[in-house]
Design a protein around this ligand. Structure first.
Ligand SMILES: [Cu+2]
Length: 301
């Protein structure tokens, strides 16, 4: 009996199933992929995840089709006494195709990923002190100050006030200047698609623009000590008018503290921590050095 054309069968099966899987991944699954669509950077990352998922689908389908086909067609039948097939050595066409296709896939992912990382919105990632991508115009500047174990936010365009609350206006470009007072932290606002290292002595810049009002979470993404897991807060996106009202009233209510703070700078000397800690704790603003959690913490097991 003539051997059927297995390669052609597998190829056709793969083509049909891939034609189903790719749009399924992109159109049906894509809109539900993290980190959602709350900001330009989140939306960009969701698009990247959908494209990469769609690119991965034919690869996964290929593996599964080959696996399934081999299990069904090439399994040993009852009474099949035949030994293994003839030993094969070298198949230039197969080898060249394999190397060509895998190289094209990897280079495609590399080029797409690199472009997306750099060009649209800076991808919401910390770009260091000299960002490659910048939005046009004058973004709202918000300094993110990480400290064991809490984030505070300084607004240089509102008199350099510092608040424990992250509030953003909708539809405006925001520039986060992320730094740390003590150890290595990570500023991660998942729903905004923003993630930037918070290192002492470093100004790490990240951009985004919120697309709708609502709440988002901020958490520390770098193991930074015993209360790292508790280093999380909520932020909110509000209308431009509400933001102006909030900013102006916070500037007034924080004025007494703002006067005592070191002048706004892109980074701060760690020697300022003890003074700042006392200042913040006295004003219910912060809690470095474990004071925020009270002397009974950390609880020993
Ligand atoms: Cu931290």
């Amino acid at each position: 009996m003539r051997e059927p054309r297995h390669g052609l069968r597998i190829l056709l099966l793969w083509l049909v199933l891939s034609a189903v899987a790719v749009p399924l991944v992109y159109v049906v699954w894509g809109p539900h992929l993290p980190p959602g669509d709350m900001s330009t950077s989140a939306e960009g990352q969701r698009f990247d995840n959908a494209v990469l998922g769609a690119m991965a689908a034919p690869v996964v389908v290929g593996v599964l089709v080959y696996f399934g086909y081999a299990l069904v067609v090439w399994r040993v039948r009852d009474g099949d006494e035949e030994t293994d097939g003839p030993p094969l050595r070298g198949n230039v066409r197969l080898q060249a195709t394999w190397m060509g296709v895998t190289s094209a896939v990897v280079l495609g992912v590399f080029v797409f990923g690199t472009y997306e990382l750099i060009v649209p919105n800076g991808a919401g990632a910390g770009e260091g002190p000299a960002p490659i991508w910048k939005p046009g115009g004058e973004p709202l500047q918000i300094q993110v100050i990480a400290q064991q174990w809490r984030f505070t936010y300084r607004f240089p365009q509102f008199g350099g006030m510092e608040t424990p609350e992250l509030v953003l206006p909708v539809g405006q470009d925001v520039q986060f200047d992320v730094t740390s007072l003590d150890v290595v932290h990570g500023f991660w606002a998942n729903e905004l698609g923003v993630k930037a290292d918070a290192n002492p002595g470093v100004d790490d810049v990240a951009y985004t623009r919120a697309k709708r009002v609502g709440a988002f979470t901020v958490r520390c993404s770098e193991l930074c000590g015993i209360w790292h897991g508790a280093m999380t807060t909520n932020g909110r996106v509000v209308s431009v008018a509400d933001f102006q009202t909030w900013g102006q009233s916070a500037e007034v209510s924080q004025a007494a503290i703002t006067k005592l703070l070191p002048p706004y700078a892109l980074t701060y000397s760690p020697s300022a921590i003890s003074t700042l800690t006392k200042l913040f704790t006295d004003n219910g603003l912060n809690g470095a050095g474990g004071q925020y959690y009270g002397p009974q913490y950390p609880v020993q097991p």
